[in-house]
Design a protein around this ligand. Sequence first.
Ligand SMILES: Nc1ncnc2c1ncn2[C@@H]1O[C@H](COP(=O)(O)OP(=O)(O)OP(=O)(O)O)[C@@H](O)[C@H]1O
Ligand SMILES: O=C(O)C[C@@H](O)[C@H](O)C(=O)CO
Length: 339
Amino acid sequence: MNPIKFDHSKEYDLIALGRAAVDLNANELYRTLEATKTFSKYVGGSPANVAIGMARLNKKTGFIGRVADDQFGNYILQYFARESIDTSQMPVDISGSKTGLTFTEIKSKTESSILMYRKEAVDLKLEAADIKEEYIAKSKILLISGTALAAEPSRQAALLAIEYARANNVRVIFDIDYRPYSWRNDLETSIYYTIAAERSDIIIGSRSEFDYMENIFTTKQTTDAEVAQRWFDYHSKLVVIKHGADGSTAYTAAGESFAVKIFPVELLKSFGGGDAYASAFIYGLLENWDVIDALEFGSASASMLVSAHSCSDAMPTAAAIHEFIKTKKEEYGELVARV
Ligand SMILES: Nc1ncnc2c1ncn2[C@@H]1O[C@H](COP(=O)(O)OP(=O)(O)OP(=O)(O)O)[C@@H](O)[C@H]1O
Ligand SMILES: O=C(O)C[C@@H](O)[C@H](O)C(=O)CO
């Protein structure tokens, strides 16, 4: 049973807030960045990837975020327009700030890493004045990417957006999305993540991201169930904890727990799975599926993405995910991802 109640009278399915950036993924595989000569350019930025994933799944999607006054800013706006993502709340920043860049290094069949250029990143220039309550009120969901909390003025903009959502029966999804490059220290990260998480209906993150968030509370090793309970004691109804190649778990405030494994694929890069996971999982919730079915859908999309060269371009349609699941179940059995 889906524990999240959406107001289905609202126009948008999801509005994402945070960074829209650019990925430059190495074309030469199994080399270090030092030895890489060419890259493929994709739209990137975790919340942008999730928004693209939602749009690919035919959900009406909007975005709140600033873009740079340069070719990369134009590229992002044009890409979003082609994907039918509303860009009315994506002001062009004229302060000279730059689009965040992420270089993905595919070092071996099992190892990849990212190098992020985020100095003066335009996404962190988002201001509270950019946040319109009447826009947010039109959506079933507001998705907040944790990196939007890393610096001012983006931090206050994100926290204001959360308050507007809560005042207008909009479900808040907090995708923890930890990227170290923009934070000053771990305590700051933990404090502001906690402020957002306390106000969110759904929290999604990898286990290590939850641990960052818990820093101010405890340093002892807690179970996934204990992690989830902490946030149920505030406001959350659903907590999803991802464990990379070990799959993922979900807990509801009503005391239910679920787990799924990964779908077997040939790994190309270990990045991008989380954004695909989030968009497909949220799609399942919006379709009022049971949590376990939404988890399986998210896990399938994630596995498809870690075997793809891009993140945004490779975001699959619902039909493609269903076909992927069907094929894997024929090959590995009905319970391929269910534990
Ligand atoms: N080797 C793998 N094979 C198949 N699926 C995988 C693999 N690694 C990760 N996944 C899938 O991707 C999901 C997200 O990966 P992870 O737990 O690393 O989250 P994340 O750090 O948020 O991802 P991202 O790097 O996109 O930010 C996992 O829960 C799993 O479903
Ligand atoms: O989140 C980022 O800014 C980097 C992403 O664009 C990249 O695709 C990735 O690492 C996915 O998680």
